[in-house]
Design a protein around this ligand. Structure first.
Ligand SMILES: C[S@@+](CC[C@H](N)C(=O)[O-])C[C@H]1O[C@@H](n2cnc3c(N)ncnc32)[C@H](O)[C@@H]1O
Length: 288
């Protein structure tokens, strides 16, 4: 009876607490990308060809690689750094095209998968497990790639720090190729506010409840999806997925302030023509 009361109290506290607005870009204590269990779910999501989850759908990935190589944005013989390369879905394809790839990712599981695949396919790619905030390359790359809005997940100070790292890593006139989400995507997806029960799933192998709560910070063009995971034994953990959305104007200002100029823009890295109102802005920024 005491156990049931304790669980009820935990659930009550979690639910009451989960509607409190977190501080902007509040950091989690829990691992997400490199958590031993969640990273397995994430790898499955990356590798699901029909799912726009951790990576985009396979058809989009292939279209992106074709578009960027056919139009010589990435060329044979280039040396390219793939930041947040995940399981190497882009790096492996660019390498097959004759590009020298270095991929870096936080997730041990994704990097090990990428290394295994490269070995099987006879591809010479350097995959590094670690944080791209810790790299220190100097004038080494023709291109730096960061696909699927990773730059949107950082507060301004970290974003600018990353842009300076990328700037330093690029050769003279080198290109940074990336994409950012816009407020249109957020408006369309809406604020989440629901709970669900799972008997094994993305977050945990056993029974658990997931409380999802979205918060909007329109004055900062920022949004968070907050997940509270409550296990059967009453333990709970909280995760925040932060997204700072951009417009063409705001991303242009950020790039200018960090030593880049916009060379090309689209609505997606597959070459979809830029129109105001798209969910994404794909950018090629040149080091100046
Ligand atoms: C949305 S996924 C995109 C993966 C890949 N770019 C793709 O589109 O297939 C973001 C990736 O960034 C990685 N990541 C997040 N923060 C990182 C960091 N500080 N350093 C290195 N990798 C990071 C994650 O592990 C994850 O694989």
């Amino acid at each position: 009876m005491a156990k049931i009361e304790k669980h009820f109290q935990t659930l009550f506290e979690c639910m009451a607490d989960s509607v409190k607005r977190p501080n902007l870009f509040e950091k989690d204590e829990n691992l997400f990308w490199d958590d031993p269990y969640i990273s397995k779910s994430l790898l499955d999501a990356h590798l699901n060809p029909e799912f726009d989850g951790a990576s985009r759908k396979l058809a989009t990935i292939e279209k992106t690689v074709n578009y960027l190589t056919k139009n010589s944005f990435l060329k044979q013989g280039d040396t390219v750094l793939d930041l947040g390369c995940g399981p190497g879905l882009y790096s492996s394809r660019f390498c097959q095209f004759g590009i020298n790839m270095i991929g870096i990712d936080l997730s041990k599981r994704s990097i090990e998968y990428a290394q295994r695949k490269a070995e099987e396919q006879g591809l010479k790619i350097e995959y590094i497990q670690g944080s791209f905030f810790d790299i220190n390359y100097d004038g080494m790359f023709n291109r730096v790639l960061q696909v699927y809005g990773e730059i949107c997940t950082f507060p301004n100070e970290d974003r600018d720090r990353l842009l300076r790292i990328i700037h330093k890593a690029l050769k003279k006139d080198g290109l940074f190729i990336f994409d950012v989400s816009t407020r249109e995507l957020r408006k369309r997806e809406g604020l989440k506010n629901r709970w669900r029960f799972f008997d094994g799933g993305f977050w945990h192998s056993g029974k658990h409840i997931v409380l999802e709560q979205g918060f909007d910070y329109p004055e900062y063009d920022t949004w968070v999806d907050q997940y509270t995971i409550i296990r059967e034994n009453g333990e709970w953990k909280r995760y925040h997925m932060w997204f700072h959305d951009y417009s063409l104007q705001t991303i242009s200002e950020v790039l200018t302030n960090n030593g880049f100029k916009i060379a090309h823009i689209w609505n997606s890295l597959t070459g979809e023509e830029y129109k105001v109102g798209g969910d994404w802005i794909a950018v090629i920024a040149q080091k100046v």
